[in-house]
Design a binder for this molecule. Structure first.
Ligand code: ADP
Length: 286
């Protein structure tokens, strides 16, 4: 089940003797297995069609999160490899035993602490991916500039170029863009997970949250929180935990649809369909 070139590479570079593999479902883009070996259990994922550096970027994001200010758990990365001729890119990490439930309040509090990890600029020194799409992290000193130029506009362009959106979206977007300075409260760059929907965290067997699949950059902290509202799945206790550590500026719920233009556009680019009408409704409301 694991491509032969990959299992050979793992045994040569890490002395891994693979005893057993168990296929895991739930991943949206990659193939994933629980791997039992002479050195214990690991989580391995790979993808033959991902960009060459896809898993290196994911590993980089996980490292950045684990070096952040909070003690939020992040799986230890054992090894990540670029795609090479004949071998897919891959990520090998600690296997997290999932628990039945977890402490959402503590998760929220830890996320607020993670967001206290700061930087001089919005963005990151390196680009990465959101889902399977490229994510530009070119740095800006102003949040509004970063949000417009690196988050919304590249996705609009991609959607227009592929025929998923009509060019008249630009008019609606430009009208909203002109009002962004009245909409966003000032913020310093905060380390973000970047793709925080309910499929991208799990609770371990001690009930602690574990972050997976990040699309890390320094951004407005409300961006991560808005993302949690996109498909739901985060409890009231999670938000109480967040607010026990950080104060949310008034009017956050009104700003959620603006932040979520980004994941919506990502969804338009990945899936098209009914996300387009949702997008137009938001743009027309502002
Ligand atoms: P994809 O990148 O394809 O979306 P994920 O990283 O989300 O794949 O992983 C697929 C599933 O495997 C997830 O639903 C998650 O529950 C589980 N998973 C992810 N990372 C680990 C890990 N380190 N240990 C155990 N299970 C994991």
């Amino acid at each position: 089940m694991i491509p032969t070139e990959l299992s050979t590479h793992l045994s040569e570079t890490l002395d891994l003797e693979i005893h057993d593999t168990q296929s895991l479902s739930g991943g949206s883009i990659n193939q994933a297995v629980k791997l039992s070996s002479n050195k214990g259990d690991y989580f391995l994922k790979w993808n033959r069609s991902a960009p060459d550096d896809f898993f290196e970027k994911e590993a980089d994001g996980l490292h950045r999160l684990s070096n952040g200010k909070s003690n939020l758990r992040v799986p230890n990365v054992i090894s990540a490899g670029k795609a090479e001729p004949g071998r897919p890119g891959y990520l090998l990490m600690e296997f997290i035993e999932a628990g039945r439930s977890g402490n959402s309040f503590e998760f929220g509090r830890q996320l607020a602490t993670l967001h206290q990890t700061g930087a001089d600029q919005f963005g990151l020194e390196t680009d990465n991916y959101i889902g399977s799409l490229p994510q530009s992290n070119r740095q800006h000193s102003e949040w509004i500039e970063f949000f417009a130029r690196e988050r919304i506009e590249p996705q609009i362009k991609m959607a227009i170029d592929s025929g998923k959106l009509d060019t008249n979206i630009n008019q609606n977007w430009n009208r909203l863009a002109g009002k962004l300075d009245e909409i966003f409260p000032p913020a310093k760059p905060s380390l973000l997970h970047g793709d925080l929907w309910s499929g991208n965290y799990l609770f371990d067997d001690s009930g602690s949250a574990v972050l997976i699949d990040p699309a890390v950059y320094y951004g407005h902290p409300e961006m991560d929180l808005a993302f949690t509202k996109m498909f739901g799945g985060f409890s009231g206790e999670f938000y109480s935990g967040y607010e026990s550590e950080s104060t949310l500026e008034a009017g956050f719920s009104d700003r959620v649809p603006i932040y979520n233009l980004y994941p919506l556009l990502v969804h338009v680019n990945l899936f098209g369909g009914h996300y387009v009408s949702q997008l137009n409704t938001i743009l027309k409301n502002f």
